[in-house]
Ligand binder design. Structure first.
Ligand SMILES: C[S@@+](CC[C@H](N)C(=O)[O-])C[C@H]1O[C@@H](n2cnc3c(N)ncnc32)[C@H](O)[C@@H]1O
Length: 373
């Protein structure tokens, strides 16, 4: 269930409507992020692409266009370009439009793109992907139905989790920030919500975005504590949540025997609220299908059940509306292999779903006249 009323909307973040905002405010050196389900993503994005099926009536150099709306460390994009270079003729120019709302991902990305001399292939933009469709509409109408593939690899990166100062993890002590776009001062931080939402709103956020059965107790402890002193740091909040849990559940384990810290779900809930993640996904996902060329694919990786439910449901609705030219390629979501999970524990909750625009849709996968980027 999505949070609707009755959270006071005056404390919800405004979504920046402009793409290409300034990312010069990047503060933190980029930490590594291992791309999840990389091989599977590359296969879905490229398996039906062959130079011979791309026709170019007018001759000359043209473009095959992709979008990576969650660029992160760029692992999926860089590998996609590499994979495509082994599949298609060199006179086909592949271009990727990439978005990320994190200033660190943008400055690190620009550096890497330049080091790899890929400036003519990747256009990296600092923006929330909720702005992507309007960006294409206003700046690149000529490619509005030309996307061969669009990738969403949702949630936060390892860089964001592992940079203590970002306040996303309770493993270190830092101010309660949690904004993926910390350069945007119009967004409220987690600290703002923790100290300003009513108890009822806190219960709603923690139970609906965190699915924590002890939401009421946690909310009540937060309210009691903040009457004594403003809650400022991740450690303070972690401590309050830990002691809100009944003693026998403080060290409980999940089915795979992993210890789930009591603060995990509340931290997830606050992060989803601060970044308005589920609403942005719900709002954007249905619009992306329209941007695909024939045989173009929308590939989506989610990391928890709330996200996956939205992806699954939205794909169903897209299919319902586009019966003639749409196919859901993943009847069940694709999940990482045991080996991938062993090598990268953070991949364990990933679920990949793919939808394709089939023949009869807008444009065939085709040459674009664009000189983009
Ligand atoms: C899981 S990481 C992506 C990792 C990337 N695929 C790679 O291989 O390195 C998710 C990234 O998406 C970004 N992100 C999440 N939601 C976003 C949104 N609504 N708009 C733009 N970027 C977003 C985050 O800032 C983060 O860098």
């Amino acid at each position: 269930m999505m949070i609707s009323a009755p959270i006071d909307t005056s404390v919800l973040p405004a979504i920046d409507a402009d793409a290409d905002t300034d990312a010069s405010a990047s503060t933190y050196a980029y930490k590594n992020h291992t791309s999840v389900l990389k091989n599977e993503v590359l296969t879905y994005l490229t398996e039906n692409i062959k130079s011979s099926t791309i026709t170019n009536a007018s001759g000359g150099k043209n473009n095959l266009i992709f979008a990576d709306l969650t660029f992160g460390g760029g692992g999926h994009t860089f590998s996609l370009l590499e994979r495509l270079s082994s599949i298609i003729d060199e006179n086909i120019n592949v271009q990727v439009i990439a978005f990320d709302q994190d200033p660190d991902a943008i400055s690190n990305g620009h550096k890497k793109i330049s080091e790899l001399s890929l400036d003519n292939k990747i256009k990296l933009i600092h923006s929330n992907f909720t702005n992507f469709v309007s960006y294409i509409n206003s700046q690149h109408l000529e490619i509005i139905h030309d996307f061969s593939g669009i990738l969403l690899d949702l949630g936060v990166s390892s860089h964001q989790f592992d940079t203590t100062e970002r306040g996303l993890s309770f493993k270190g002590n830092a101010p309660l920030d949690m904004r993926m776009n910390y350069a945007d001062n119009s967004l409220y931080t987690a600290g703002h919500y923790v100290n300003n939402l009513s108890e009822k709103e806190l219960v709603q956020v923690i139970s609906e975005y965190g699915e924590d059965r002890f939401a009421k107790k946690i909310a009540s402890s937060i309210v009691k504590q903040r009457e004594i002193k403003t809650i400022e740091t991740t450690s303070e909040l972690e401590n309050i949540i830990f002691h809100s849990y009944p003693q026998k559940f403080r060290y409980s384990r999940s089915n795979n025997k992993k210890h789930i810290h009591p603060a995990t779900k509340t931290f997830q809930a606050l992060r989803l609220l601060v970044n308005n993640e589920l609403n942005v996904l719900k709002e954007t996902l249905p619009k992306l299908f329209d941007l695909l060329s024939n045989n173009g694919r929308l590939v989506c990786i989610s990391f928890h059940s709330l996200e996956d439910r939205i992806v699954k449901q939205t794909f169903k609705e897209i299919k319902e509306k586009n019966k003639e030219n749409c196919s859901i390629l993943t009847k069940k979501p694709i999940i990482p292999s045991e080996e991938e999970i062993k090598n990268n524990l953070r991949s364990r909750s990933a679920k990949l779903r793919v939808i394709e625009k089939t023949e009869g849709g807008a444009n065939d996968r085709k040459w674009s006249k664009s000189t983009y980027p």
